[in-house]
Design a protein around this ligand. Structure first.
Ligand code: PEP
Length: 253
């Protein structure tokens, strides 16, 4: 087993009001200290960040946002900056989720600015990469991952690369119930790690690469046991406190 600390992150997407977020935490937090060896990050909608921050203060659970703008401030209607997130106690940020890429025009060029901006602000960027079903069927998975990893991280200096997290999320597995097999996830994640190794061998050994795509308490153990899989980014199953706790508990000891 590697000495990388496993990380399990909840991506709540556009779910949970403040009241619903509080109800989740009332149920989830009492057991949250059960795996001090696993880093747990919850990424609520912007509107619930303060509630989640207040309720998780003094617990091992950390908070992430689901997006941010690369600029510190400016005329960018509808956007939020890293410092606005940090003021609320946010420590991580999901960048380049496939829903943002596919539905909201997020580009690799934009991510090339966001990832270093997040790092510079002291946030932990969780960069999402992954192929569509058509790309996988056409044998294009590695080409797609190479492009995303190389372009999105081009402005991150080698000595900062280990400070980011990459989430391999095959788009065909997100929200579909079609989980990648452990072997498919391991192969793709080992490839991502090898790409990072082209930049820095040391960083590639240290950087955490997560799997995301229909992870649930029933399949998490086998996925998380793969040698290159350092945790999970969890959508649907993270909305239920019992299911999310089950995934955290499935991380290898
Ligand atoms: C996600 O949104 O990052 C995700 C992995 O979703 P799900 O677990 O629902 O497939």
């Amino acid at each position: 087993m590697s000495d990388r600390t496993p990380l399990v992150a909840a991506n709540w997407k556009m779910h949970k009001t403040n009241a619903e977020a509080a109800a989740f935490l009332d149920e989830f937090l009492p057991g949250a200290g059960g795996r001090p060896d696993v880093e747990v990050v919850i990424c609520p909608a912007f509107t619930a960040l303060r509630t989640v921050a207040e309720r998780t203060a003094g617990t091992p659970v950390r908070i992430g946002a689901q997006n941010m703008h690369h600029a510190a401030a400016g005329a960018f209607t509808g956007e939020v900056s890293a410092s606005m997130l940090e003021e609320l106690g946010v420590e991580a940020v999901v960048l380049g989720h496939s829903e943002r890429r596919q539905l909201f025009g997020e580009t690799d060029a934009g991510l090339q600015r966001k990832v270093p901006a997040a790092l510079q602000a002291g946030l932990l960027p969780i960069l999402c990469v992954g192929e569509t079903e058509e790309e996988r069927e056409a044998g294009e998975t590695e080409r797609k991952l190479r492009q995303q990893v190389q372009v999105d991280l081009a402005e991150v200096p080698e000595d900062h690369l280990a400070g980011i997290v990459v989430a391999y999320e095959p788009i065909w597995a997100i929200g579909t119930g079609n989980t990648a097999t452990p072997a498919q996830a391991q192969d793709a994640i080992a490839f991502v790690r090898a790409l990072l190794g082209d930049r820095s061998r040391e960083a590639a050994a240290e950087i955490r690469v997560l799997y995301g795509g229909s992870m649930n308490p029933g399949n998490a153990e086998e996925l998380l046991a793969q040698p290159d899989i350092d945790g999970g980014l969890v959508g649907g199953a993270s909305l239920d406190p019992g299911d999310f706790a089950g995934i955290v508990a499935a991380a290898p000891r």
